[in-house]
Write a protein that binds this ligand. Sequence first.
Ligand code: F0G
Length: 470
Amino acid sequence: MTIPHPVEPWRVKTVEAIRQTDRAYREHALREAGWNPTLLRSEDVAVDLFTDSGTSAMSDRQWAVLMQGDEAYAGARSFYLLRQEVRAHYGFEHVVPVHQGRAGENIVSQLLIRPGHHVAGNMYFTSTRAHQERNGAVFHDVIIDEAHDPTSEHPFKGDVDPAKLRAFIKKHGPDAIPYLSIGATVNMAGGQPISLASLATVREIADAHSLPVVLDTARAVENAYFIKQRESGWADTSIADILRAMCDLADVAIMSAKKDSMVNIGGWIGIRDPDLAERARALVLLYEGLHTYGGMAGRDMEALAQGIVESVREENIAARIGQVAYLGHRLIDAGVPVVRPIGGHCVCVDALATLPHISREEFPAQTLVAALYADTGIRGVERGALSAGRDPVTGENRYPPLEFVRLAIPRRVYTQTHMDVVADSVIRLHTRREQIVRGLEFTHEPPHLRFFQARFRPLGGDSIFDSDTV
Ligand code: F0G
C-alpha cells in the first residue's frame, strides 16, 4: 500500500551541491576504498544514507544560537542552558556533557563494569557492546524473538522478553550484573521501538533485584512517536510527555545527541544518583574536558539545547518518521525484502533474502552495500556479521540472525525526489540482483568496530558483479 510523502514542516534556506558520477567512476572509487563504502570520500556519494548520526540539517534557530555560545573554559552559560533543557525534556537531575554517545558509553562502562560482569539488553549496539566488553563484561541479548525475524510485524520489536531477562538474572546473579542496558529505539533491529509497558516491566524486574537501568536515548523521541501511534492509552499524550515517561523508568541515560537532537556533534550522560554523577564528572575531566563542556564547544551546547526543543515538536517527528515510512513502503510495494515494520530512522534491506547465493562468511550485506554504491551512488551501511565482529573469547565471527543493508535517513536533509531516486535505484538493483555473483573477504580486519575501516576483495574473482554487468 503506497503511503503519501509527508509535507516537510520546513523550507530550504541553504543548499549543498551533489556531484554526479558515472558507474565506471564509482567502481573505481569502490576498489580504491577496498569495497567498503565507509572508506569513500563523501563527495563521491550521491545520496548518503550511511547514517542519520550527525548528518541532520540544523534549523535557522540552531545556526542563530551558535553565535551565543559561551566559550568559557569553566562554568559556561551554554552548559547551564543545555542542562536546563535536558532536565526539562529528559528529567535527569545531573547532566554530564560528552562529545558524542560513545564517550558516554566509555565513562558509564568504566564506572559500573568490572571483569566477570554480565550485561543484558534489548539487542546489542556496536559501540555500546564494544565498551561493555572492553571493561570485562559479557553482553546478553534479552530482546523478544520477533526482533530477530525481519518479516514479523510486531509493533514493538524492541521489547524485552521478561522470561529471558529473569532467566539471565537467575543464572548470573544480581551481584555480577552492573546494570540493564536498554535501547530506545533499537538500532540493530532496524530502528524498532520498545513499548512503555515493556520498559515498566524492565523497571519492575530491575527493582526486584536492585539493578540500575541505563537507557540509550539516542532515538528516544522517535521511540516516543511510535508509542503514541501504537501503544494503547498514549494517543492523546504529547511526544514530550511520553519521552519523560520513558526516561522516568531509567536511572541513567546515555545520549548521542547527533540523532534526535539534530546536531552535528554532541551528547550527554543523564544521572539521578549524585555520587555516580560526581564520579562521572571525574572521568569526563580525564577523557573529554571540563564537566561544564565535556567534549563540546559552547556553541555546540547552544545548538543542542535548541535541537532538543525542536525534536519533540509533533510536526517535526511526524514528518521525520513519515519520510522513512514513505521510502520503506515504496520498497515493500515493489517486493524488495525489508525489515518490517519500517523503523524510525532507517529502511533495512534484508541481504539474506536478496542474495541467498552468497554465504554468511562472504558478508552478503556488505556485498550488497558495495553493489548499491557502484550501481546507484547511494551509500548505506552493513548491519550484520561484519558489524557484529568477533566473540572476544573465542575469536570466532558472530553471525546475528539479521543481516541487512541499512539506509539511514538524515533529518531535514533530503526531499521526496531523493527518496524516489533511492527507491527507484534500490528496486532496479533488486531486479538485477543475480548479477551480484561474488561475496567479499577481508584484506584488512581492524580489531574494534571493524566495519568502519575494514578492506576487502571479491572472493574468487575480480569483481562482485558478473562480467556482463554494466
Ligand atoms: N547508541 C546508539 C543506539 C547508536 O545508534 C549510536 C550511534 C551510539 C549509541 C553511539 O553514539 O555515534 O554519538 O558515539 N550510531 C551511529 C549509527 C554511529 O550510524 O547508527 P555516537
